[in-house]
Design a protein around this ligand. Sequence first.
Ligand code: ATP
Ligand code: ZN
Length: 285
Amino acid sequence: MEKLRIAVQKSGRLSEKTLELFNECGIGLTGGSGRLLVDSPDFPVEVLYLRDDDIPQYVADGVADVGVVGENVYVETGKDVVITERLGFSKCRISLAIPKAHEYKGLEYFQGKRIATTYPVILSKFLKEKNITADIHVISGSVEIAPGIGLADAIFDIVSSGSTLFSNNLKEVEVVMKSEAVLISTPNLSASKQAILEDLIFRMRSVQKAKKNKYILLNAPKKNLDEIIAIIPGMKSPSIVPLADEGWVSLHSVVPEKDFWNIIGKLQDKGAQGILVIPIEKMIV
Ligand code: ATP
Ligand code: ZN
């Protein structure tokens, strides 16, 4: 049977989260570490481990069918591949940063400056759009130390918390792009591989949706039931289970994680008690 070959970062910031997602999708991987190509006993895929920068090229060449990369790498490499799904992890910004002590009034700051980066394509496109001429120094790692050692005046690099910048006496002044892990694929997959990819995406969405929601159980006084239902409508409508005490019912529903604290307060105001909130593993709607 034909398998879908997925390129995954061998070791780095994407690796663990990617394998965790596969695991949650019921895709286990056999074979020890150190192997380049690994099979799944549960699902018709095989995983090819690569450096993240090489993944778009391998997918464009058809050596791998799909791959997981940071959107930043997808844009920087500019290969002939398409984003088929956004995966919601490894979120970061690609930003311009300058020495902490310098005053920053706007992009004019960068006119004629030397900027160190591993993302020359994204940076030069941005500077061109803004009509800034700067000297781009491409370096392959530890970009954040470039200003401190006199190699550059500023940097263009990945930022997540900003602590690396801070400890190198730098400050973030412009966010040029936001990135997250994405699933990329060749635009021309065979029908059978396309079917496997669709099944994979279906599973990924079920996992992602589940993470964004919580299962909630509570006891509600019957007299306030309509108002309580209005606060938590549920996927279709909430389940209502009678309790021995005739004035009360037990209500089960699903609520978005982001609304959670807001909803709990409103429920308590309407007399809800014994509220239990439970994580959902998979969610198919
Ligand atoms: P490789 O050895 O495979 O070339 P790398 O050193 O280029 O790895 P990593 O540092 O592992 O790359 O980062 C991989 C991707 O993870 C980045 O392209 C980016 O999308 C994302 N990423 C990097 N740093 C962070 C961060 N601090 N927080 C969140 N996501 C990040
Ligand atoms: Zn890399």
